[in-house]
Design a protein around this ligand. Sequence first.
Ligand code: ADP
Ligand code: ADP
Ligand code: ZN
Length: 215
Amino acid sequence: MNLILMGPPGAGKGTQAKRLEANHGIVQLSTGDMLRAEVASGSELGRQAKKVMETGGLVSDELIIAMLSACIERDDCRNGFILDGFPRTSRQAEALDRMLKEKGMKIDHVIELTVDDGAIVRRITGRYTCTKCGTGYHDEFQKPAKAGVCDKCGGREFTRRADDNAETVRARLKAYHDQTAPVIAHYRKKGVMESVDGMAAIDDVTLALNAAVSL
Ligand code: ADP
Ligand code: ADP
Ligand code: ZN
């Protein structure tokens, strides 16, 4: 089963993709995570991406399409994948259509997590992850059971993303409305777009997503 998870920054794509990964044995492919790994490694791609990500803009379609194209054929994606943060522009969506056709693959569900713009800054500024295992948390909405200790791995070090600040969020939200809204229209026109209320509590969103992909 191959899925596309869409939604604005902070909608809960990463949180839900990790749960879908665990529940359905499919692999999360997050272009944001891949780019952050490139930045951390200090590669040429990482150096280019860093400047763009800091301002909340979008990295060039060519780089992103090349990066993702290699992933969907990976061995561990045999049971399926969840695209998280891709496609984000009309060009990326068209490139994905071509890629899938060439490889004889298809997308089973495109699901948009809808979240009010007003909730986004709070979601983003409260976000942090465990440095060791990558589990996501939130200052208010998803605290670890024991303060300062990761539920999953016991780690005590946490990371906040450099671009998770109020100024950059506004630019990212604008990029979403200007450049990613047409992608939603692209899938709506094909009649494959589904919507899940991303304002609901995290566990309720998971239930709604599980129901949507089991149909
Ligand atoms: P995205 O990948 O779409 O940018 P995340 O999954 O990282 O979003 O979620 C952003 C932040 O909001 C995280 O700190 C996460 O714990 C929290 N969060 C995710 N889903 C919800 C929800 N339904 N209600 C409240 N907070 C949420
Ligand atoms: P979000 O929490 O905003 O959904 P992501 O982790 O998906 O964040 O992306 C972080 C940043 O990485 C984006 O603001 C953008 O600069 C870059 N990026 C990620 N995916 C893409 C993509 N498909 N196309 C262009 N830029 C991307
Ligand atoms: Zn951890």
